[in-house]
Ligand binder design. Structure first.
Ligand code: PMP
Ligand code: GLU
Length: 397
């Protein structure tokens, strides 16, 4: 069978792959500690679930308008106004099957073969592969830990070519946890706008920030930024709703309406009952989000402190999201029982096999010197997992 060239250029999502490996092991009775997936361990709050149950009872189980029900678009509109002072009309908003799907649709409607998409790296695993799937060229721009993993405007400028089309920004960032202050946004937006790039701002971790950090939405910087930025967000992380698959995008009417055409020919609408649940999440009390963030923060402090105490491991304190991104390359070149650790993938495999700790290697995020651990798991699991990891690292000679 001859598969398309497109599909042979990409890989299955490494985060989802490691997560399902861990879940399968657990199902088989292995006591695995799962630091792999960026998935809150909390249950979806009750008032959100109730809204979906009510929708089923009422028979709200049919196709909906392609780009989302009016009520949800209104709730999204209110959210942007409330949180970022941004005012969108319904034609500037599309609800999709997760933020991942919104990002996918953006590539569908903006990229021609050979168009370059600038992506600060380390970055979320799906950005480059989605670009490849649409015939574009991902251009990874390295960021460094000593700069807080923030993209520098001059580095961005140096990466520009006549084929540059789009810049993907993600703050707080998966996997580094870096969060961009307003001044850096202004500098980066100036470079991007000068060159007429589309800015895609993935703000899915916006609600998960710590130490008083207040996120700034790129589109809110001014009218020019508003015109060229498509903001992507979703319900998965802030409301523990990963399985409900609701995300959204807002920006240029022309782009959003094109996304709607692609959606109408692919998934039709996002699930009707999940949309009702999303309305309840966005309009209801936000106390559940605050409680989850408080707990994430407690875990963050613990995990970063523990990692930094481990021999040969250093870990920057993340300002947002729920990932620790420790540097572990001092372990490269070591080994145990004939097994050599050549890089982050070997180390992640070793930790899974040796100590049943599942985490994701840094390599698929763009930097082999690191590992990524999600702390969206209970304190008990974190403690146990770190004990095991420390002991397994200690055994590498
Ligand atoms: N963006 C980033 C940076 C992510 O880590 C994720 C993780 N799932 C997503 C987008 C997609 O989220 P979802 O599709 O569940 O809304
Ligand atoms: N975004 C999460 C992660 O990075 C969930 C899995 C995925 O979609 O990549 O782990």
């Amino acid at each position: 069978m001859a598969l398309s060239e497109r599909i042979t250029q990409i890989q299955p999502s490494p985060t989802l792959q490691t997560d399902s490996k861990a879940k399968a092991l657990r199902k088989a009775g292995v006591d695995v500690i799962n630091f792999a997936a960026g998935e809150p361990d909390f249950d979806t709050p009750a008032h959100i679930k109730d809204a979906a149950i009510e929708a089923i009872r009422e028979g709200f189980t049919k196709y909906t308008p392609v780009t989302g029900i009016e009520d949800l678009k209104e709730a999204v509109r209110e959210k942007f106004a409330r949180d970022s002072g941004l005012h969108f009309c319904h034609e500037e908003i599309i609800v999709s099957c997760g933020a991942k799907h919104s990002l996918y649709l953006l590539d569908q409607v903006l990229l021609n073969p050979g168009d370059e998409v600038l992506i600060p790296s380390p970055c979320w695993v799906s950005y480059p592969d989605q670009v490849l799937l649409h015939g574009g060229r991902p251009v990874l721009i390295p960021t460094e830990e000593r700069d807080g993993f923030l993209l520098h405007p001059e580095t961005l400028r140096a990466a520009l070519t006549p084929r540059s089309k789009m810049l993907i920004l993600n703050s707080p960032c998966n996997p580094t946890g870096a969060a961009y202050p307003r001044e850096r946004w202004e500098e980066l937006a100036a470079v991007a706008l000068e060159r007429g790039l589309w800015i895609v701002s993935d703000e899915i971790y916006e609600k998960l920030t710590y130490d008083g950090f207040r996120p700034v939405s790129v589109a809110s910087l001014g009218p020019e930024a508003r015109a060229r930025t498509i903001t992507v967000n979703g319900l998965s992380k802030a409301y523990a709703m990963t399985g409900w698959r609701i995300g959204y995008a807002a920006g240029s009417k022309e782009v959003v309406s094109a996304m709607g055409i692609a959606q109408s020919q692919s998934t039709s609408n996002p699930t009707s009952i999940a949309q009702k649940a999303a309305v309840a999440a966005l309009r209801g009390s936000q106390a559940c989000v605050e409680a989850m963030v408080e707990e994430f923060d407690r875990r963050r402090r613990y995990i970063i402190d523990r990692l930094n105490r481990m021999e040969g491991v250093t870990c920057r304190v993340p300002q947002g999201a729920f990932y620790a991104f420790p540097r572990v390359d001092p372990y490269f070149g070591r080994g145990r029982k004939g097994r050599a650790i050549r890089g982050s993938v070997d180390l992640a495999d070793y930790l899974l096999e040796e100590s049943h700790v599942a985490l994701v290697a840094g390599a698929p995020f763009g930097d082999d010197r690191y590992l990524r651990l999600s702390y969206a798991t209970s304190m008990e699991e974190i403690t146990k997992g770190l004990d095991r990891m420390e002991a397994a690292l200690h055994r590498l000679r």
